[in-house]
Ligand binder design. Structure first.
Ligand code: THU
Length: 140
């Protein structure tokens, strides 16, 4: 993937952290997914007083896309860190979000985790989650 596209995704993910609803963890995560149709879908984490309904940034972005009929994806950028952090560390997608990626994405789906637009790591979904359980296990 072109570096300029990676930077664009990271920039959008960084922007999304401003919308995180995190009164409990104060840990703000933003995500931006590039769909195969070229559109970008973004998300932030949304917490809940009852804790379990909390939705991660990655799933917010996936569900926005899928709810609009988009189910083919190329890459996701993820950024996260505490409120007011001046520098971010890498934020890995949680297991639940990896499983959601597994539902809709191919082995070569690119996961970009970033500290900034210039400092990022990439790996494919199959590198991140080998031996994954997915639709093929049920549907063949
Ligand atoms: N969180 C995400 O949004 N994505 C991740 O991949 C890791 C965790 C959120 C969930 C919760 O709102 C906060 O970060 C602390 O776990």
């Amino acid at each position: 993937m072109e570096e300029s596209k990676i930077r664009e995704l990271i920039a959008k993910a960084l922007e999304m952290r401003n919308f995180s609803y995190t009164p409990y963890s104060h840990f703000n995560v933003g995500a931006a997914i590039l769909a195969k149709n070229g559109k970008i879908y973004t998300g932030c984490n949304i917490e809940n007083a009852s804790f379990t309904p909390t939705n991660c940034a990655e799933r917010t972005a996936f569900f926005k896309a899928v709810s609009e009929g988009v189910k083919e994806f190329e890459a996701i950028a993820i950024v996260g860190g505490p409120d007011g952090a001046t520098e971010l560390d890498y934020c890995a997608p949680c297991g639940v979000c990896r499983q959601v990626m597994s539902e809709f994405c191919k082995d070569d789906f690119l996961i970009i985790t970033a500290k900034s637009e210039n400092e990022y790591r990439t790996e494919t979904l199959v590198e991140n989650l080998p031996y994954r359980f997915g639709p093929k296990d049920l549907l063949g």
